[in-house]
Design a protein around this ligand. Structure first.
Ligand code: WT7
Length: 567
């Protein structure tokens, strides 16, 4: 029997208080995610249970029990406190998937500060934009990433502390830098956890939009209620599970379901901190006896490409349950996983802003391959007419996904950008910005995004950010960035540019520009192709018509350009 039991039964009389009761929380109580994920689990007699099994390059391994996690998060919290970091201040985590990232996250929350995780492959410009918007007080990082921080240091007077978790003394520390060794520090047995309340700010994740700079998504400690229950009912975690979430905590999946969900349930999780290869992933599942695996469509498609012969070399019989998130999970991938792993990947749909799963498939429910499934109990979902924003009461008819606001993990605002936050609502519905339709049985089917944001391998990239960065290259006069179809990543970034006089449009220049973006922004944002043009299509007012180039890439009808011209 799965944790959810029957989906239909759960829908009846559902109330979020189910999770509150299980967590021993009452309205008005203190609630602190850091405490729930460590101290409380120890109080339940699981102090010696493994919380984290970490594996790095070359099979290097580290293990931490829930008591280790409790002590180390205390120690980090206390270290930050001694530096003078106050409640509500933003502390950035800028690290590979090392134990300090997972445990540091809890430490920041225990202090009552705000955890701001950022993907460690971000280049200096991506980093700067996000630290600047958040006016981050401290950043916890590794030697290998600190040069990116140093490069932008002068522009960040608010950033008082750069904490190095792997300082080895070989070179002197520079301005504002300080060393902290999580395992060797004297462990703090008792730390007075900050008396955070339901609405206290907990996490700040950055997400990319079509226009403007990335937006800081504000989450609060009460998000735990839905993260806990979705983990329990959808990921179906049980006490003896070995859980593997492949996402990086630089993104929301890696925090909501790579830290908070599993640890609030006292589950052992493992982390593989190496790059992707089908072989190393299968090896990891076999070695760690992974039972529950939460991954992403691009990874699954890459595994499909690697072929079935490889799978036969491993014993993957420990796998009990699989789920996926981040981008459309095509029917073929679901059918394939059922064939080779004897279990289908269950698709889940949500986003940084929703904080927890919204539409999903449930253990025990009939799976329709290619569908995102049904709303989580307690979530009122619909598909809305694109003009009137009224629910479309007709099955199979496409429209905009809409959610009734008010579930526990919903973002509270965009950091210092309430105006954009308000634009996410129409007719009392929250609009995630995606299009879908609902079938006769109430299953949701994804159609596409309602904006120009590129979803490459499950990561959102803003065309605006890439276009702006391209313009900073000495050779580029104009730029337009769109998604290009791709077998594995679904979409990749493609740039169209015109060059300034005197620069030569050749392969060498293409490589130079690609590298420029990779370093400045990130490998994800790097265009996979740069096409040179003599001019780019523009409206009469001079705005570049991205949509024309997009249609060309996808072999779609361009439609009525005359309306675009007046945009
Ligand atoms: C966007 C959110 C929270 C997960 C990590 C991504 C797309 C997400 C699905 C799915 C089709 C999906 C949507 C969404 N997306 N899950 N199951 N099927 N599309 O979080 O970076 O905030 O991206 O990813 O377009 O809005 P994110």
């Amino acid at each position: 029997m799965s944790n959810i039991g029957s989906y239909e039964e759960r829908l009846k009389n559902f109330d979020w208080s189910i999770a509150e009761k299980e967590l021993g929380y009452k309205d008005g109580d203190n609630i602190n995610i850091g405490w729930y994920c460590s101290d409380r689990i120890c109080q339940f007699g699981k102090a010696d249970k493994l919380a984290l099994i970490w594996e790095g390059l070359g099979g290097k391994e580290k293990q931490y029990t829930f008591n280790d996690v409790r002590l180390r998060s205390n120690t980090i919290a206390s270290f930050l406190k001694d530096l003078g970091i106050q409640t509500g201040e933003r502390v950035c985590l800028f690290m590979d998937k090392i134990p300090e990232l997972y445990i540091g996250f809890l430490g920041i929350l225990k202090l009552g500060a705000v955890a701001q995780p950022l993907f460690s492959a971000f280049g200096d410009e991506s980093l700067h934009v996000r630290l600047d918007n958040a006016e981050t007080t401290a950043i916890i990082t590794q030697r290998k990433h600190v040069s990116k921080v140093r490069k932008i240091l002068e522009k960040m007077p608010y950033l008082k502390h750069i904490i190095l978790v792997d300082y080895d003394g070989s070179k002197p520390l520079r301005e504002r830098e300080i060393a902290f060794n999580m395992d060797e520090a004297e462990q703090v047995e008792n730390f007075v956890v900050a008396p955070t309340k339901a609405e206290s700010h907990s996490v700040l994740h950055y997400t990319s939009g079509t226009t403007g700079q990335p937006k800081g998504v504000k989450h609060v400690h009460y998000s735990l209620i839905s993260q806990y229950l979705t983990t329990k009912w959808v990921l179906d975690l049980r006490d003896d599970d070995i859980y593997w979430c492949t996402a990086d905590p630089g993104w929301v999946t890696g925090t909501s379901y790579g830290i908070i969900g599993p640890w609030s349930l006292g589950i052992t999780q493992c982390v593989l901190d190496t790059g992707f290869s089908a072989e190393s992933w299968y090896k990891f599942i076999e070695k760690r006896k992974v039972t529950m695996w939460y991954s992403a469509p691009t990874a699954i498609r890459s595994l499909m490409k690697a072929g079935e012969d490889l799978i036969k070399q491993f014993d993957l019989s420990s796998l009990r349950h699989l789920a996926s998130v981040g981008e459309p999970l095509n029917a073929e991938a679901v059918i394939w996983s059922e064939k080779v792993f004897k279990k289908p990947f269950l698709d889940t749909y949500w986003q940084t802003e929703t904080g927890s799963m919204m539409l999903t498939n449930y253990p025990g429910m009939k799976i329709k391959p290619g569908s995102m499934g049904k709303p989580f109990p307690g979530i009122t979902a619909t598909v809305l007419d694109t003009k009137t924003y009224e629910p479309i009461n007709e099955t199979g008819k496409p429209g905009l996904i809409g959610f009734k606001p008010g579930w526990p993990a919903m973002m509270r605002t965009y950091w210092r950008n309430e105006e954009t936050y308000q634009k996410k609502f129409e007719n009392n519905w929250y609009l995630p910005g995606d299009r879908a339709y609902i079938d006769n049985d109430g299953y949701y089917w994804f159609i596409g995004r309602d904006d120009d944001v590129i979803n490459t391998g499950g990561h959102l990239v803003s065309p605006f950010e890439v276009e702006s960065a391209l313009l900073e290259h000495e050779a580029v006069a104009e730029s337009a960035v769109v998604a290009k179809p791709d077998d594995v990543n679904m979409e990749v970034v493609k740039a169209f540019v015109t060059l300034k006089p005197g620069f030569i449009a050749d392969d060498d220049m293409e490589l130079k520009i690609m590298n420029f973006i990779r370093k400045k922004l990130s490998p994800l944002a790097m265009p996979q192709e740069i096409e040179y043009r003599d001019s780019l299509p523009k409206t009469r007012s001079g705005k570049i018509m991205r949509r024309v180039l997009h249609a060309e890439e996808w072999g779609e009808e361009i439609g009525d350009i005359s309306t675009l011209e007046d945009d």
